[in-house]
Write a protein that binds this ligand. Structure first.
Ligand code: C2E
Ligand code: CA
Length: 519
C-alpha cells in the first residue's frame, strides 16, 4: 500500500467514525434495553407477589390481573403463583361485597352502589326510590322447621323478588331479614306500584325444604335526590316500621314528618350516650295484693329527662337504648340501684323489674342478674322480671330457654302487657311463667267496651286455670277495681293506688302497709 493509499484509508475511517459511533451507541442502547427488559418479568413478579395479598382497590386488582397475562408469557412459574394469590383475592373480594347465602350485594357494597346512583341522579335532579323489604316471621319458620328451611325461604324469596326487577334496578341484603331494592329514575317508574307488584309476586307459596311457605313481607318506601344512601335507607326503614306496626304485609311510604321523628331519635341516642346510665333515674310504682289490700311489691320504672327535649317517655328512650345497644349496660346499672333499695324493704315485698326482649338473647343474663342480686344481698325469689308478651315473637325458643334459666335460678317471670295477642295459647302452655299482667288498655276499657271486659275476664280465668298470678295494670277507678276483685284478680297496680314515687318515699308507703285497708 502506498503512502497515498494509507492516507486515503485514514481519511475514510475518520469519515466513517461518527456513523460507527452512532451504531455502537445504538447497539449499546439495545443491549441495555434488552438487559433491563430481562429484569422486567422478575420485577413484575416481585411487585405482584408483594401486592397481590393486600391489593385493596379494584384498579390495583385490575392492573395486577392484566399484568399477570403479560407475565405468563415470560415467567410461567411465577405467573402461576401470582394467579393462585389473585384467585384467593377474588374470593375475598366476593365475600367482602356479597352475602354468601343469597349472593346479593351486602349492605356496604349496596350502599356504595346506591351512593353512586344518587350522585349521578342528583346531576339530573332525578329522584331515586328505595324499597326496604322485610320478611316477617322467618325466625318462627326456622324455629319450627329448622334453620335450613329458614335459609331456603330466604333464597326462594330473593329469586322471586329479583325476577320482577326491571333494568337498572338492583337488590341487596341489608340485614338478616331485610332486603333493599333501588329504583333509579323514580320519576318514570312509579315505585309504589312496583312495590305492590313485588308484594303480589311474593304472595304465591314458595317451595322451601319440601314445604310450601308464604312468608309475610312488609315494604317501606322512600325517595330522595340529593341525600346520602344511608339516610335514604333510614327513611325507608322508618316507613317499614309503620308498615309492620299497621299489621305487616303492606307497603308504607316515608312521610316528611317521619324525618322529624328520625331527628328526635338521633338526638335521644346522642344525649343518652353522652349522659350515660347515671342520668336515668327510677320511680317505683306500688303493686297491691287485692285480697289483703297490702303493698306486695314495687315496679321500678325508668325515668329520663333529656337536656334539650325535657322528660322523654320511658317507652321511647328504652326503645332507642335497645336499638343502639345501650340497653344491657343501662339495665344492669338500674337493677343494681333498684336492688340496693329493695334490700331495705321487708323481705315480703318484691321488686318488679322490666327486661327488654333483646336482653333475653344475652347468654350471660342470668349469671349477671344473680351477681347483681348477690352484691345487694337480695334473695332472687324477691325479683320479678316483666317480659313483654311481644318478646315471645321471633326467636321464641331463645326467649323460652332464657325464661327457663331465670326461673331455675329462683327469679319469677311475668308476661307483661298480656292480651295484645302476641303470645299464642300453645306458647303459654309450653313456656312456664309465674304471672300474667293484663295490659292497661283493657283495664281502661272496663265498663266501656264489652271486648275489654271479656278479655279481662278470660285472662283472669286463664291465669287461674294455669296456676298463675293475674295482675291488672293501669287501674285508675274504683269501678275497674271492683270488677277486677269480683273476677278474682290477684294483684293490681295503677294511679288509683298512687303514682310511681321516688325511692325515698317508699319507706313512708310501707309504713302505711299494715295500717291502711284498701277501700
Ligand atoms: P310497663 O311495664 O307496661 O309499665 C307500665 C306503664 O304504665 C308505665 O309507664 C307506668 O307509668 C304506666 N302506668 C302505671 N299505672 C298507670 C295508670 O293507672 N294509668 C296510666 N295511664 N298509666 C299508668 P312508663 O313508666 O312510661 O313505662 C312505659 C314502659 O317502658 C313500661 O311499660 C316498660 O315496658 C318500659 N320500661 C320502663 N322502665 C323500664 C326499664 O327499666 N327497663 C326496660 N327494659 N323497660 C322499661
Ligand atoms: Ca312492666
Amino acid at each position: 500500500m502506498t503512502v497515498a493509499a494509507v492516507a486515503s484509508n485514514e481519511a475514510d475511517r475518520s469519515r466513517r467514525k461518527p456513523k460507527d459511533m452512532l451504531l455502537i451507541g445504538a447497539l449499546w442502547l439495545l443491549v441495555s434495553v434488552a438487559a433491563c427488559a430481562a429484569q422486567i418479568p422478575a420485577m413484575l413478579a416481585g411487585f405482584l407477589l408483594d401486592h397481590a395479598d393486600s391489593a385493596g382497590d379494584d384498579v390495583l386488582f385490575l392492573v395486577m390481573t392484566s399484568a399477570l397475562a403479560l407475565l405468563a408469557y415470560v415467567d410461567r412459574q411465577r405467573a402461576d403463583l401470582v394467579r393462585q394469590v389473585a384467585a384467593r383475592r377474588v374470593v375475598e373480594l366476593r365475600l367482602r361485597r356479597y352475602d354468601p347465602l343469597t349472593g346479593l350485594p351486602n349492605r356496604k357494597f349496596f350502599c356504595e352502589r346506591l351512593n353512586e346512583i344518587l350522585r349521578q341522579a342528583s346531576t339530573y335532579d332525578e329522584p331515586v326510590a328505595l324499597l326496604l323489604l322485610h320478611l316477617d316471621g322467618i325466625d318462627a319458620i326456622s324455629d319450627v322447621h329448622g334453620q335450613r328451611v329458614g335459609d331456603a325461604v330466604l333464597i326462594a324469596f330473593v329469586a322471586r323478588a329479583t325476577s320482577v326487577l326491571r333494568r337498572g334496578m338492583f337488590m341487596g341484603r341489608i340485614e338478616r331479614h331485610a332486603f333493599a331494592v333501588v329504583v333509579p329514575d323514580a320519576a318514570h317508574d312509579i315505585p309504589s306500584t312496583f312495590a305492590y307488584r313485588i308484594l303480589g309476586a311474593l304472595a304465591e307459596p314458595m317451595q322451601a325444604g319440601g314445604l310450601a311457605i308464604v312468608p309475610t313481607v312488609s315494604i317501606g318506601l322512600a325517595q330522595g335526590t340529593d341525600i346520602p344512601g344511608e339516610q335514604l335507607i333510614r327513611r325507608a326503614d322508618w316507613a317499614l316500621r309503620r308498615a309492620k306496626a299497621e299489621g305487616g304485609a303492606q307497603v308504607h311510604s316515608f312521610e316528611p314528618e317521619m324525618d322529624q321523628q328520625l331527628r328526635r331519635r338521633a338526638l335521644i341516642e346522642r344525649e343518652l350516650r353522652d349522659a350515660g346510665a347515671g342520668a336515668v333515674t327510677l320511680a317505683y310504682q306500688q303493686v297491691v295484693q287485692l285480697d289483703t289490700g297490702n303493698i306486695c311489691g314495687f315496679e321500678a320504672l325508668a325515668r329520663w329527662r333529656s337536656p334539650s327535649l325535657g322528660p322523654v317517655p320511658a317507652d321511647e328512650f328504652i326503645a332507642v337504648a335497645e336499638e343502639c345497644g345501650l340497653i344491657g349496660e343501662l339495665s344492669d346499672q338500674l337493677l343494681r340501684r333498684a336492688c340496693i333499695e329493695a334490700a331495705r324493704w321487708p323481705a315480703v315485698v318484691s321488686l318488679t323489674f322490666n327486661l327488654s326482649a333483646t336482653q333475653l338473647r344475652d347468654p350471660g343474663l342470668t349469671d349477671r342478674l344473680l351477681s347483681i342480686l348477690g352484691d345487694a344481698g337480695v334473695d332472687p325469689r324477691r325479683l320479678e322480671l316483666d317480659i313483654k308478651e311481644s318478646a315471645l315473637l321471633g326467636d321464641g325458643d331463645i326467649a323460652a330457654s332464657a325464661i327457663a334459666q331465670l326461673r331455675a335460678a329462683g327469679m319469677r317471670v311475668a308476661l307483661d302487657d298480656f292480651g295484645m295477642g302476641y303470645a299464642t295459647l300453645s306458647q303459654l302452655l309450653t313456656i312456664r311463667i309465674d304471672k300474667l299482667k293484663i295490659d292497661r288498655l283493657f283495664v281502661a276499657g272496663i265498663g266501656k267496651d264489652p271486648h275489654s271486659d271479656a278479655i279481662v275476664r278470660v285472662t283472669i280465668g286463664l291465669a287461674r286455670d294455669l296456676g298463675l298470678t293475674a295482675v291488672a295494670e293501669g287501674v285508675e277507678t274504683a269501678a275497674q277495681l271492683a270488677l277486677l276483685r269480683s273476677e278474682g284478680c290477684h294483684q293490681a297496680q295503677g294511679h288509683f293506688f298512687g303514682l310511681a314515687v321516688a325511692a325515698s318515699e317508699i319507706a313512708g308507703l310501707l309504713g302505711l302497709l299494715h295500717t291502711t285497708e284498701l277501700r
